[in-house]
Design a protein around this ligand. Structure first.
Ligand code: GLS
Length: 828
């Protein structure tokens, strides 16, 4: 039963009554707030401050408004006591906060006016903000979009993550090679977070487990060898069109007072302090590899640190209002964003057993009701494994618990499937072998009530391949929620002119909260007046052109964009080979034929993991090819190739609105979902894509005729691979690979290993096999582009059909079908 806090309730009611006398949004109040922050927060004279200082003062004034709403939301949630969602993710790619925040709070124009009277321009100040890059790629940006939707749809949710001091490395290109530089993003302060010095938890590592008798019952006691303190940093996340503001709570590691006290008496005081300081390194760095687990001690420490602090916080919040754990599953839903936070399962079990003394059966019953898991991976090889030795030394009690869970599961499984030892071995949490490992995906499937894939095709692959054994055992556990992205960031913030155009033609701004309304654009898809305005919008590539920098391009060209992490399966190489083919063809054309060529500006952008050699060679190849083409006067404006360095959320916000065509070339069956395609689609950009991940669902929404599809389907892939050296590849393909091998672009020895990778018989990602159909799709895009009306109509239909790919839809499905949470809207 909930405790009633009579006093607090009365206080809270009084506060709601006072709400409208709190922060005001008229120009004078805003100006006063900004100048107050200049003077007292930034500590500059209000008569003399620059853009950067103005940005900080502005951000603090916006933050004040966020805090006010967040407090109100918290009070409301506390009064209502709804079931809460706890979203655990090791990565959040938030990007910039200012523009998104003022739009969600509905105060953008007010702030812009107030600033202009002070002599500042909102857009200029917004440019002062750096990106918060606390994540690698799609998975991390998805978490950010989902937080925006959770707040907007009024769900009582909290996000938990790590406050890395170094975000994803900055990519610097020197002589065409990628170099990595640390992103010490907190250097200039972060106005969007609130440090909670009083919200801290001890996190234990190493040590031993002993038995203790308490009330005649035996209990395990973990005596740690090291203790580190977790400090909370809160980042409020405002909803759009609602007062609700939720929080993303990020943990930072600090030395603990309980740490190694005795060494202070031994005379090595300075060494002891330096040692203590090392604790901070736990949360200092984001691992830059987006698809593999390194098995490093620090990485495991980091994961447990984040999980332990979050679980303590969740249980503390629950115990504030509950005397026992009976209602825990009705009040708590824990979402594991991939297996990265899956140690939370063992941690909750440990707390319930060893600290709350609930007994195995009760604790296990709770575990099975509260956890859900989403996998973002398509291959078994990429699944996370933790060496047993490492786990045993760092987290000795957790290893015991995982062994116990596994023992119970294996016993049950034997009764169900008999002594099929191969299958038992495959399904066991413990992988036997030279190095024994804990399989975190198996742990997650066994303990979670629901396992979600991120697109319909992804679920199919999970059922038939990756998790087949488990699917046959528990078909009811497996579901999918196709990913989505937030239209607030990806249209309203990043493409304001398109936003205005859509609102004008739909006659409402309601689509910003209710994306299904976008479909209304279909009614105007052939309207000449809309075509005229839409074309103007499509031509508006200026921002993109500015981003490209010093390469001269024609505004009439087709802007063809390929932006994402560099991976062999994403096949940036296919794009570059296609560009070489285009270059070679133009070179061999006569004057008349050249007149028919559609001018192209090809843009590629993305980071390679620092240790991923082949990916780095792809980046270098892109640069040498660009060097050759862009300096060939004979080609002129007909073809340009540009690599934009340091792809991040802010670069995406510039590039996506300016793109005419975007490429999504993963070998079918390798992209779990893909989310950048959704952002392009919403912006009316046409897609050139394989039938992979969520693209299959896009075909249903916008129609095959409005996309440029190519390549082997997921069912064709195994047979093509099997052909090996007998696989037929087109002559054009052999020719372009030969050009690289022969040193047409220089560095032929350096690129040899890259060419070997796509040699027939070796070509795992089927670059050669898909080349002919890729060129056909490219030709179809050229043909459509010259027919302006057709292109415009296709573009309108893409935007109109993109509604399904809003994260609002994704979150609503999760809330209703997986988490069992209800909206809880704060009165406004
Ligand atoms: C990823 C997948 O590779 C993407 O296809 C997917 O869109 C994304 C979000 O679900 O998750 N998995 C991963 O490890 N990084 C990703 O971007």
């Amino acid at each position: 039963p909930r405790l009633e806090f009579g006093e607090e309730k009365i206080k809270a009611e009084r506060m709601f009554g006072l709400m409208d006398v709190f922060l005001k949004n008229d120009p004078l109040s805003l100006q006063k707030d900004i100048l107050d922050h200049v003077e007292f927060t930034v500590a500059k004279s209000r008569f003399n401050f620059d853009d950067f200082e103005a940005y900080h003062a502005l951000a603090h004034s916006v933050r004040d408004r966020l805090i006010e709403r967040w407090h109100d939301t918290q009070i409301h949630f506390n009064r209502k006591g709804p079931k809460r969602l706890y979203f655990l993710s090791l990565e959040f790619l938030m990007g910039r906060s200012l523009s998104n925040t003022v739009i969600n709070l509905g105060v953008r124009d007010q702030f812009a006016d107030a600033l202009s009277q002070l002599g500042f321009e909102f857009e200029v100040l917004a440019e002062q903000e750096g990106d918060a890059c606390l994540g690698n790629g799609g998975l991390a940006r998805l978490s950010a979009c989902q937080m925006d939707s959770l707040a907007t749809l009024d769900y009582p949710a909290i996000g938990y993550g790590l406050r890395y001091q170094y975000g994803l490395f900055r990519q610097v290109i020197l002589d065409g090679f990628q170099h990595e530089q640390p992103d010490y993003w907190l250097n200039f302060g972060n106005p969007w977070e609130i440090e909670r010095v009083h919200i801290t938890y001890p996190v234990k590592f190493y040590g031993t487990v002993t038995d203790e008798v308490l009330n005649k019952e035996k209990h395990k006691v973990w005596v740690p060898g090291e203790v580190v303190e977790a400090v909370a940093y809160d980042n409020p996340i405002p909803g759009y069109g609602t007062r609700n503001t939720i929080v993303l709570r990020l943990w930072a590691a600090k030395p603990s007072d309980q740490h190694n006290m005795e060494s202070y008496n031994t005379g090595d005081y300075v060494d002891a302090v330096v040692n203590r300081q090392r604790a901070e390194s736990i949360s200092s760095i984001l691992y830059p590899d987006d698809r593999s687990y390194q098995g490093k001690e620090l990485q495991l420490k980091q994961r447990y640190f984040f999980v332990s602090a979050s679980v303590q916080d969740i249980i503390r919040r629950f115990k504030d209002t509950h005397k026992n754990f009976n209602e825990f599953p009705e009040k708590v839903a824990l979402q594991l964003n991939d297996t990265h936070p899956s140690l939370a399962i063992a941690e909750v079990m440990r707390v319930l057993l060893d600290e709350e003394h609930l007994g195995w059966n009760r604790a296990w019953d709770i575990i099975c009701k509260i956890f859900s898991y989403t996998t973002h991976t398509v291959s078994s090889e990429a699944m996370e494994k933790i060496p047993v030795d490492l786990m045993g030394s760092l987290l000795p009690r957790h290893l015991q618990i995982i062994y116990d869970i596994n023992f119970n599961f294996m016993e049950k499984l034997k009764k169900m499937i008999g002594l099929d030892y191969d299958r038992l071995a495959r399904m066991s949490i413990v992988e036997e072998g030279a190095v024994k490992n804990i399989r975190m995906a198996n742990l997650s499937i066994i303990c979670c009530h629901t396992v979600n894939g991120v697109s319909r095709l992804h679920l199919e692959l999970l059922k038939t391949k990756v998790f087949r054994d488990f699917y046959e055992l528990w078909p009811h556990k497996f579901h999918y929620k196709t990913n989505g992205v937030t239209q607030r960031r990806w249209i309203v913030v990043s493409n304001p002119s398109l936003c205005a155009l859509i609102s004008k033609w739909l006659g409402t701004e309601a689509w910003i909260r209710d994306i299904d309304l976008l479909i209304g654009l279909r009614d105007h898809a052939t309207n000449a007046e809309l075509h005229q305005e839409w074309k103007m919008e499509l031509c508006n590539d200026l921002m993109l052109v500015c981003t490209i920098g010093n390469v001269q391009v024609s505004l009439n060209a087709m802007f063809d964009v390929h932006t994402k992490r560099i991976h062999e399966y994403k096949r940036q190489l296919l794009n570059i080979l296609g560009i070489i083919h285009r270059y070679d063809s133009i070179k061999n054309m006569n004057k008349n034929d050249r007149k028919k060529v559609v001018p192209r500006v090809c843009i590629i952008s993305g980071k390679a993991a620092p240790g991923y050699e082949i990916a780095k060679k792809i980046i270098k190849l892109c640069h040498v090819v660009a060097e050759k083409i862009n300096n060939d006067n004979d080609i002129g404006d007909l073809l340009k190739l540009v690599f934009i360095p340091d792809y991040n959320v802010s670069v995406a916000e510039l590039v996506i609105p300016g793109a005419d065509l975007s490429q999504h070339l993963s070998t079918a069956g390798h992209e779990a979902s893909g989310t950048s395609s959704m952002k392009f689609l919403m912006n009316g950009c046409l897609l050139l894509a394989t039938e992979d991940g969520s693209t299959i669902e896009m075909i249903e929404e916008v129609g095959r005729e409005n996309m440029f599809l190519f390549g082997a389907s997921v069912n064709d892939v195994p047979a093509l691979r099997e052909k090996g050296p007998a696989l037929k590849v087109p002559l054009q393909f052999l020719r372009v690979v030969r050009m690289i091998r022969d040193g047409h672009f220089g560095l032929k020895d350096y690129f040899k290993s890259l060419c070997d990778k796509i040699e027939t018989g070796n070509d795992y990602f089927l670059v050669g096999a898909d080349f002919a159909s890729y060129l056909e799709a490219q030709a179809a895009a050229d043909k459509a582009f010259v027919d302006e009306d057709r292109w415009t109509q296709m573009s309108i239909l893409c935007a109109a059909g993109s509604g399904k790919f809003s994260s609002d839809r994704t979150i609503q499905e999760y809330a209703e079908k997986t988490w069992g949470i209800q909206p809880c809207r704060c009165p406004s």
